[in-house]
Design a protein around this ligand. Structure first.
Ligand code: ZN
Length: 251
């Protein structure tokens, strides 16, 4: 079952709004872009449409169950297709508002939005953060980073690091293969697209060795990207990998 928890996101949004108020006038809703009376939050309509992911969840994939079957229960997907990571968690279902928040973070030079999004991720990933020793963002390929100047996953990782006190290293993993956008690709094509795309650089291996890595990205779509990144981290010496994203596509 999915339920709304407004308190956490409102804290984050308020923080975001205070910073935004200095930069943008008049204040606009980060969800829909409409002018809002004060700079305090998402507009009411956007509020009610963000679907935060709540227990009961698959213990592995973090996908919501419609019925509470008890602690530690895993989904049919987790049994049929066990992932290389231990657990994945996400703050919100990738619906209209979550999609716009991600888009704004990614393309509109609003890096301060990462703080609000990280607040909701911290709540969804509480037990993952408790066991993590290092936060690593999913990297972009060099030219894409140059083109966009901003890696949204690294921004979320930096905010999570500030809020949790855990270290983050945006260079612990590198993307060594330019990949096509995953949109419109089949599951098999997605897997092929990201095969061998990531690597832990030699110089980063001592820092990774034996560590519990929390891998961070903005959206979990098919899981192909974070699975490929997880395999690279494990090959690079990580002891275990958990995955935390802001949003998740729920088919
Ligand atoms: Zn709105």
């Amino acid at each position: 079952m999915l339920a709304l928890k407004r308190s956490d996101i409102s804290r984050g949004i308020r923080r975001f709004a205070n910073m935004a108020a200095d930069l943008v006038l008049p204040p606009t809703c980060p969800g829909c872009g409409k002018a809002v009376g004060d700079s305090d939050s998402l507009c009411a309509r956007c509020w009610s449409s963000v679907r935060f992911i709540e227990p009961p969840l698959c213990a592995v994939y973090g996908t919501p169950f419609t019925h509470d079957l008890g602690e530690g229960i895993v989904s049919a997907e987790a049994m049929a297709d066990p992932p290389p990571f231990r657990r994945a968690r996400s703050a919100a279902v990738y619906g209209d508002v979550a999609r716009r928040l991600v888009h704004q973070l990614k393309y509109h030079d609003r890096p301060y939005m990462a703080e609000a999004m990280a607040t909701s991720m911290r709540r969804a990933g509480r037990s993952l953060l408790e066991e993590a020793s290092l936060i690593v963002p999913v990297p972009l390929y060099r030219w894409r980073l140059w083109e966009r100047r901003f890696n949204q996953a690294a921004a979320l990782a930096a905010s999570l690091s500030r809020q949790s006190g855990l270290p983050t290293d945006p260079l612990a993993l590198e993307r060594v293969k330019p990949t096509r956008r995953q949109v419109g690709l089949s599951a098999a094509q997605r897997q092929e697209n990201v095969r061998g795309a990531f690597r832990v650089p030699e110089t980063m291996r001592p820092g990774i060795a034996g560590s519990n890595v929390l891998l961070v990205d903005d959206v979990y779509t098919s899981g192909a990207t974070v699975k490929a990144a997880t395999r690279a981290l494990l090959r690079g010496g990580a002891g275990a990998v958990d995955v935390l994203t802001f949003a998740r596509v729920i088919p």
